[in-house]
Design a protein around this ligand. Structure first.
Ligand code: CAA
Length: 395
């Protein structure tokens, strides 16, 4: 166990200002109704990033919220987890370091292993904090745009969004327990070669790998902690689509208990899927949006509850860990903030969706004016000499 409590002090969320209803997608793809997406995947809407939003603008908006009330001079590292990176060399976190005016005495790093790098960054930040003065804090940013080929089977599982959190020795929201389960295996289930715009997804294989990895990661977590499934009060699973939570808990329960899942266990992971249904897959951010969803939508207090968190990164590397919800956590989250962010999004027509989907920030000249649409606090303004320039939304 940690000698000092370390964990999540604050959580910030951001969704692009636009969404595409899955009922419109079903219509565009010639389905009779949207039952396959609604009942089959549990997806209703997908957040869609306009041309002037990317992982930096989304991550910066989420991080600005997470940093409210935090002394910025205490931030000693930014760990930026993403699988939507646009540069082989420069970390997206550097732009956010600049946009948010963070201290120069700061380490900035981009982390990658598909969707699991956010959870990995959280674990790394615990180790880094142990090397620092106790008042130092780490900003972890998870930000992704999930974009598949138009008309592909994966298209209804797209989404976009970011979640940022401050990790410190003052975990006002969640104290991380020091039990970790990992599972890694080289599998070709989902990947995006550097020269391709969209990932290659072997859908059914990826689901199979997800479930096997969950079992593998749980085994190590269980060996370390000695906890059974029943010792965990709430579950957050990585959500490539919301119904994956149901598949995950049924699979794990059946394998471990050789019985059908009781309703009461099923309920333990349902609230974490509420926001995902309205946003879609945000890769690295999905797990933490699930945590926010659980914290903000549980009718009774979760103080002292143990939350099990599972992150699956295709390819694959998976992590299972847990945390205890802090006393007074409710003062540090805001359901209203999240609801406003989701409810004030504008719906896109099919043509607008396709226009946003196919916009590419790339031009042989390396210079490009970016069409401007509604954003959060930050926007991508232009590309000059192949370098991205960002601005605050009002400038
Ligand atoms: N009413 C109710 N249910 C319906 C229905 C209807 N009219 N039509 C279909 N369904 C059900 C199906 O029975 C199926 O249910 P089961 O999963 O219980 O079998 C479900 O809806 C989905 O239907 P299909 O299996 O036919 O869907 P598909 O093959 O067209 O695509 C997908 C589904 C594989 C998830 C695809 O969207 C995809 O490839 N997505 C991207 C990859 C992905 O998300 N993988 C998940 C694990 S990998 C991961 O987690 C990392 C990551 O973030 C990508």
């Amino acid at each position: 166990m940690n000698k000092v409590n370390i964990g999540i002090e604050s959580l910030g969320f951001y969704s692009p200002r636009y969404y595409f209803p899955l009922s419109s997608l079903a219509q565009a793809r010639g389905l009779d109704d949207d039952e396959k997406y609604g009942k089959g995947l549990w997806q209703e809407k997908m957040s869609v990033a306009p041309p002037n939003e990317d992982i930096v603008t989304m991550g910066a908006s989420a991080a600005a919220y997470a940093l409210e009330g935090v002394d910025k001079t205490t931030i000693c590292a930014i760990l930026f987890a993403t699988e939507s990176s646009f540069d082989y060399s420069k970390s997206a976190g550097i732009f956010i370091h600049d946009l948010l005016g963070l201290p120069q005495a700061c380490m900035v790093l981009e982390c990658k292993q598909a969707c699991s790098s956010g959870a990995a960054a959280l674990k790394i930040s615990l180790g880094l904090l142990a090397l620092q003065d106790s008042h130092k804090k780490i900003l972890v940013i998870t930000s992704d745009i999930s974009l598949y080929e138009l008309g592909s089977a994966a298209e209804p599982t797209q989404g976009a969004g970011a979640c940022a959190f401050v990790v410190s020795t003052d975990p006002k929201i969640l104290t991380i327990e020091n039990y970790w389960g990992h599972h890694a295996k080289n599998v070709p289930d989902f990947w995006r070669p550097n020269y391709m715009l969209h990932p290659i997804a072997s859908g059914k294989q990826s689901i199979e790998n997800y479930l096997q990895s969950l079992q593998g990661a749980w085994q190590q977590y269980h060996q370390e902690s000695n906890f059974q499934l029943q010792n965990i009060d709430g579950y957050c699973f990585h959500l490539p689509y919301s119904r994956m939570a149901e598949k995950a808990i049924i699979h794990l329960y059946k394998k471990l208990n050789k019985q059908t899942l009781p309703d009461e266990m099923f309920e333990r992971c349902m609230l974490s899927t509420s926001y995902s249904k309205e946003i879609g897959n945000c890769y690295t951010a999905s797990l933490f949006i699930g945590l926010l969803s659980l914290l903000e939508n549980n009718a009774s207090s979760l103080e002292g509850a143990r939350i099990g968190m599972f992150s699956y990164g295709s390819g694959c590397s998976a992590i299972f860990f847990s945390g205890i919800i802090s006393e007074g956590y409710a003062k540090h989250i805001s359901q209203q903030h999240t609801r406003v962010a989701l409810d004030e999004r504008s719906p896109l027509s099919y043509d607008e969706y396709e226009k946003f989907h196919t916009f590419a920030v790339a031009d042989a000249s390396g210079n490009m004016a970016i069409p401007q649409y509604q954003t959060g606090r930050f926007r991508l303004d232009s590309v000059v000499g192949h370098h991205r320039n960002y601005a605050t939304a009002s400038s």
